[in-house]
Each structure stands twice: as structure tokens, then as C-alpha cells.
Ligand binder design. Structure first.
Ligand code: FAD
Length: 407
């Protein structure tokens, strides 16, 4: 085991001047109070942080941005390792690989990759963390063509429960490599990932905005589109309430929309063909509109349904633990600037969950679940058994805490 070298590693404990500065999560409704916060600047300092936690008898939770901090719960026995100082990104254009450090966000990757005509499997927000997103699955705008981001991880650099920095890929630490690709953050602290990039200099893409009053018509048209397209098209049907903030441009400020967002890997002609289409009412869409539409009383900022299937659902022996076979997934977010807004958001989101209850698939999607859940809600039994066996091997004392634990 390595000696604990804390000289350069920043650790903030309750009462320290920096504690309140470094402990917040991106999700400000989560007021996390860990036993201590470590802010490593490189992999060596992550090793030091893990060894420090072990010495102090603390558990460990790694966090990039805190987009999915809600399920973690009480952190009073936990060292929170915040990786936001580790945002280095290297693009190897010739082998089409991005090496991203633990705290990199999608915005750090997409631009530099794009300069080489390469596309990354990024999510819808530039400030979502690449690592948390990819460990939990990762549904991008190219997902129906290239599958989940987890299954396009080529290698991971991981600090294990012994405080060793190891590489996991198809040749070494293969169990660990399988588990982190979809099993979440329970297996070690990732210090860097290598991710596949795709040669995609241009795509046909855009968003169509309609008044929210047309939500039913628009979303049924989108539903029709999803039945016709092949894997080259990934799309989202969304209801969006733009807040009335002065720095938002006038055509959008304070307005409520029904939207369809489409990315199509193809030219203008085939793209134009994809986006024309209208269809009769569908019950699931009606439930979605009733819960979120113009007459719903909902204040939800954005509520969406994404079209899955394609490469996301195709079984592949080379994949890790990540797999989704549902046809669609829904996701919603609200603004919670005041406690009243937070309470209203909870109500609105609960109503959306209720509306979708009859259409639920057998498994939830880990990254879109922000409440503590049972692991069986995410994984098939065989997958969960394998994840647990690997966890028992790589972290026998159970020191690593994922937002959604597997035990
Ligand atoms: C506005 C918004 C947009 C989103 N868009 C998409 C989208 O398009 N597609 C999609 O699939 N998901 C999307 N998500 C969900 C997102 O993928 C999850 O919230 C994801 O967990 C965020 O990862 P993070 O690193 O930013 O968050 P964090 O809360 O920092 O991390 C989440 C979990 O990841 C693990 N983790 C993070 N870093 C490490 C590390 N270094 N080592 C080990 N484990 C680690 C931990 O278990 C941690 O609890 C979105 C969420 C929001 C709020």
C-alpha cells in the first residue's frame, strides 16, 4: 500500500474556511454535509484521499459535479472526493480517442473533439460530468446509432479500495472494467476515462418550438416519427417552460413550448424526410401532456421523452453492465430557487411519475433516477449478481459509495 501523502491534497472539514465553498453539489436542493471534502488535483492526490479515508475510518463518495447528488443521503461518515479540479482532456484524433480526467464536463470534450470533425457521446447539458454520466449509462443525441456512453469506454484509470491506481480495460482488470461500464461509482474512484470518438463532421440537427397549447398534436407527431426512423435518428419530445429571466433572448423568455429535438446522421434531404410526420393520439402522450401541458398547473422547467432502442437495446457481449431495452425514457427538471419552489417541483414531478406509472418498463434508468432506489430497479438479476460479486472482490469492506448502491 502507498504511504499517505497529504501535503498537497486539500481536505476541508466542518469548521474549515473552505468547507462551505467546496461541499455544495450542482443540485442546490441537496445540502450535503460530508465528514470531510477532498479536492484532488491529480490521480496521485486521489490515491492520498482514499488512503486518508481508510486511515480515518471514513467511507468514500466521488463526485464530479453533483448533478446526481440527491440519492447519496447522509454523508456524515463519508469523505466526499470532489474532482472538479481534474478537468484535463486530450484528444487523439488519429485513433479517435478522448482521454478525460475525472472532473471533465461534456463541454470540455465536445468542442475540442469537434475541431477534428469528431463527435463525442455527450448528454444534453454541457456541464454534466463525463464520468458520472458514463458510469451510469449515458444517453446521448447519437445513442440510437452508437449505444450508451458506458459501452464506448475504452479504458478507465481507477483508484481501488487498496489505494492502488490501476488501469481497467479489455485486457487487464476485466471484471472491474465490465462493472464500471454501467454499474455506477461503487467500485473505486475513477481518475480518468478513455472514450471512443466518432468520425462525424456534419449531422442534420435542430429543435422545433411550438406553443405549449399544441403539445398533444406535436408530441403525437414526434411519436409517429419515432416509429418510422432507423438508428441514424435520435430524438426527444419535450415540454419546456423557459423562466422569465432578463438574460434569456426575447423569443424564448418566459414562454412555454412543446418541442421536438432531432439529430439525424445524414444529409439535408434524408433529414427533411425524417422530420415530417403527424399522427393520431396515443394514450402515453396524453398522460404526459395532462401532467405537464398548458392546463396541467405544472411549473416543471423541462419534461422530455427520449426515443431509445437501436444500438442502446441491442445485446452485445463486448458491452459492460449498461443496458436499456425500454423504447422510451422520460426525464424532467424544475427550478428550485426557494423552498416553496422546491416543494412545488416535488409535487409536479410526482404527478408526472404517476401519469407514467401504467407505462413503466421493468427497469429504471440509473442516471435519470434522483431518489434512493433498490438496485433491482436498475439491473436484471444476472447483472446485479455479477456486479455484487465484483464489488465483493474489489471493495470487500464496502468503502466506496455510489449515488445508487448495488448492495
Ligand atoms: C440538466 C441535466 C441534464 C442531463 N442530461 C443527461 C443526458 O442527456 N443523458 C444522460 O444519460 N443523463 C443525463 N443526465 C443525468 C446525468 O447523467 C446524471 O445525473 C449523472 O449521474 C451525472 O454525472 P455527474 O458526474 O455530473 O454527477 P455527480 O453527481 O457528480 O456523479 C454521479 C455519480 O457518479 C459517480 N461518480 C462521479 N464521478 C466519479 C468518479 N470520479 N469515480 C467514481 N464514481 C464517480 C458517483 O457514483 C456519483 O454519485 C442529466 C442530468 C441533468 C441534471
Amino acid at each position: 500500500m502507498n504511504p499517505v501523502t497529504l501535503s498537497a491534497l486539500e481536505i476541508a472539514r466542518p469548521g474549515d474556511a473552505r468547507y462551505d465553498e467546496v461541499r455544495p453539489a450542482w443540485n442546490l436542493t441537496v445540502d450535503q454535509h460530508p465528514a470531510a471534502v477532498a479536492v484532488p488535483r491529480d490521480a496521485e492526490q486521489v490515491v492520498a484521499a482514499v488512503l486518508y479515508a481508510k486511515r480515518e475510518g471514513l467511507r468514500i463518495a466521488a463526485q464530479g459535479t453533483g448533478h446526481n447528488a440527491s440519492p447519496l443521503g447522509d454523508l456524515s461518515d463519508t469523505l466526499l472526493i470532489k474532482t472538479h479540479e481534474m478537468r484535463g482532456v486530450e484528444i487523439d484524433a488519429s485513433s479517435r480517442v478522448a482521454r478525460v480526467e475525472a472532473g471533465a464536463q461534456w463541454g470540455d470534450v465536445v468542442g475540442p473533439a469537434g475541431e477534428h470533425g469528431l463527435a463525442a457521446l455527450a448528454g444534453s447539458s454541457h456541464d454534466v460530468g463525463v464520468v458520472g454520466y458514463s458510469l451510469g449509462g449515458g444517453i446521448s443525441f447519437l445513442a440510437r446509432r452508437y449505444g450508451l456512453s458506458a459501452n464506448r469506454i475504452l479504458a478507465a484509470e481507477v483508484v481501488t479500495a487498496d489505494g492502488e491506481l490501476v488501469r481497467a480495460d479489455r485486457r487487464q482488470n476485466t471484471d472491474l472494467f465490465w462493472a464500471i461500464r454501467g454499474g455506477g461509482g461503487a467500485f473505486g474512484v475513477i481518475t480518468a476515462l478513455e472514450l471512443e470518438l466518432f468520425d462525424l463532421p456534419t449531422v442534420y440537427a435542430g429543435a422545433a418550438f411550438f406553443p405549449i397549447e399544441r403539445a398533444s398534436e406535436v408530441l403525437h407527431a414526434w411519436r409517429e416519427l419515432t416509429e418510422k426512423v432507423d438508428d441514424r435518428t435520435t430524438s426527444i419530445g419535450r415540454i419546456l417552460r423557459v423562466p422569465p429571466f432578463p438574460d434569456i433572448p426575447e423569443p424564448f423568455r418566459g414562454k412555454h413550448f412543446a418541442m421536438v429535438e432531432v439529430i439525424h446522421i445524414g444529409d439535408q434531404r434524408s433529414g427533411d424526410e425524417v422530420v415530417k410526420g403527424i399522427r393520431d393520439l396515443e394514450p402515453a402522450i396524453d398522460a404526459f401532456v395532462a401532467a405537464n401541458g398548458a392546463d396541467s398547473g405544472s411549473d416543471i422547467l423541462t419534461a422530455e421523452i427520449r426515443h431509445l432502442g437501436g444500438a442502446i437495446a441491442r445485446p452485445d457481449a463486448s458491452h459492460g453492465a449498461a443496458h436499456i431495452d425500454a423504447e422510451y425514457v422520460s426525464f424532467a427538471a424544475s427550478m428550485a430557487v426557494t423552498p416553496d419552489m422546491a416543494a412545488k417541483a416535488e409535487q409536479d414531478l410526482a404527478r408526472m411519475d404517476e401519469a407514467f406509472e401504467p407505462y413503466q418498463s421493468a427497469r429504471k434508468y440509473l442516471n435519470f433516477t434522483e431518489k434512493p432506489s433498490q438496485p433491482g430497479e436498475f439491473f436484471e438479476k444476472d447483472t446485479l449478481d455479477r456486479l455484487r460479486a465484483i464489488k465483493a472482490k474489489v471493495d470487500p469492506e464496502g468503502i466506496f459509495r455510489s449515488n445508487q448502491p448495488i448492495d
